[in-house]
Ligand binder design. Sequence first.
Ligand code: ATP
Length: 194
Amino acid sequence: MMKIVGLTGGIGSGKSTIAKMFMDLGIPVYFSDLEAKILMQKSKIIKRKLIQKFGKEVYKNNTLNKPFLANIIFNDKEALQYVSSVVHPKVNQHFKRWIKKQQAAYIIQENAILFENGTADFFDYIIVVTAPKKTRIERVMKRDKILENQVLERMNNQWKESEKIKKSDFIIANIDLEKAQKKVLQIHKKLKAL
Ligand code: ATP
């Protein structure tokens, strides 16, 4: 049986960076955030539900009006919850279909909020990518050209790293890239053998 592995970690931990290392080893990776964005663009059901709730402006020239939506959900937990409740089931459905098309010893779903969104039980194994909070903040400030408090706002919606570690099967400390790469190879071998 093909194993289903979740790859998670807080903002700036380096999940995407680590996910690409697994891809280089030939492992199919499903990038949840990216797929969610694509589905928000393509799915007629999502489109209808978002327009129903937020009005026609949420799509502009048939394209998701990201600034408009971001502005609404930024300070409105209920709106954010609504968007999640519309998008998550579609992503899960799409992921399950995607799995069926893959051929490998195991596949990976990269997802920043795998614990937070309650899908952890779906996975056979979970890998968490970690880095000190200060390092994560610095990385995201640099990558997204935003301020420290903007990074902290995003972090506040996520679980503490220590909580994720407790519930994970493998931990990749991502500070030194070469060390992380070695750990990826170790975990890859274990997952193939399991
Ligand atoms: P997010 O949850 O915000 O999508 P992420 O966990 O996927 O973040 P990445 O995008 O992989 O994190 O990494 C964040 C930034 O840090 C990127 O610019 C990446 O190039 C850089 N980075 C990742 N790992 C390291 C490392 N070990 N050393 C230095 N920089 C790194």
